[in-house]
Design a protein around this ligand. Structure first.
Ligand SMILES: [Zn+2]
Length: 280
């Protein structure tokens, strides 16, 4: 076994327990709904997929797993849009729960796949659980993606993956401009090594940078890669015509980022005292 192959093998071993750690909400249907302006939710009960509708077609953020694509497609159609109008596919980060179906959706729709530079290798990999999807455009920190008058900005928020991306866009809700922040992931997964990680030596410094970036963002609409990050199910039940939009939650965003940073810091401190001991 070459060193590279051995590295990939060890990487797979470390990722395998994450794959097994499934949540029943991951593959459960959830009603499609409008979040605000031209931004819609078309994901499952926990794996968030966002659709941005424009006069020149649609952008989607995240693909979920191939088995979830029929639900995503149904959600898109329930909103009155066409799956075949998907022009651009973006992701939160290169983990299977957000990107495993990118190659399938590309094949179905001919959409362009745009991925943050440091996640491109994982995206194009055909290793088990990886989509093996050709990347049409490589993104860099703070690049913008534009379609039909909508602009999304890609903020590199690394640590969870090397190219983890937080998407920011302004939506117009009845003349009111709202800043939507779709958090890529600030989480330290089970098995992650923060101290002495040979595959990702700067991982802890990257998380520190990510928390600075997340703190700097001004979130009116607090969203993320999983519905659980922002209490999606509870907020959805509070959506009522004429009352304020529960997804407008700048205070919830700030407290989420602060809580996630404290949790990261605690685990980093633990690993500094126990180098090589992976996150539980
Ligand atoms: Zn992940």
């Amino acid at each position: 076994m070459t060193i590279v192959k051995r590295g990939l093998f060890l990487l797979f071993i470390s990722v395998a327990p994450l794959m097994a750690q499934t949540n029943p909400d991951w593959h459960a249907a959830f009603p499609a709904f409008k979040i605000a302006g031209n931004l819609f939710y078309v994901g499952t009960a926990d794996l968030a997929v966002y659709l941005i509708n424009t006069p020149q077609g649609n952008i989607i953020i995240n693909s979920d797993f191939p088995e979830d694509v029929p639900l995503i497609r149904k959600s898109i159609e329930q909103l009155g849009f066409k799956y075949s109008d998907t022009k651009i596919i973006l992701i939160s980060h290169a983990h299977g729960d957000h990107d495993a179906a990118t190659a399938l959706i590309k094949k179905d729709t001919g959409a362009q796949l745009m991925i943050m530079d440091a996640d491109v290798r994982e995206e194009e990999s055909s290793a088990r659980g990886r989509p093996g999807a050709h990347v049409d455009r490589i993104l860099h920190d703070r690049d913008t993606v534009q379609l039909g008058g909508s602009t999304l900005t890609a903020y590199l928020t690394p640590g969870h993956t090397k190219g983890c991306t937080t998407w920011v866009m302004q939506v117009d809700e009845g003349g009111r401009k709202l800043n939507a922040v779709i958090v890529g992931s600030p989480n330290v997964n089970p098995g992650y090594i923060l101290v002495g990680n040979k595959n990702y030596p700067q991982i802890a410094d990257d998380y520190v940078k990510t928390f600075r970036v997340l703190q700097s963002l001004n979130a009116d609409l607090f969203l993320g890669a999983h519905g659980a990050y922002f209490g999606m199910k509870a907020k959805y039940t509070k959506m009522k015509p004429g009352s304020s939009n529960p997804f407008i939650d700048p205070a919830g965003y700030k407290s989420y980022v602060a809580e996630r940073e404290a949790t990261f810091q605690k685990e980093w401190d633990r690993q500094k005292k126990n180098p090589g001991s992976p996150a539980p």
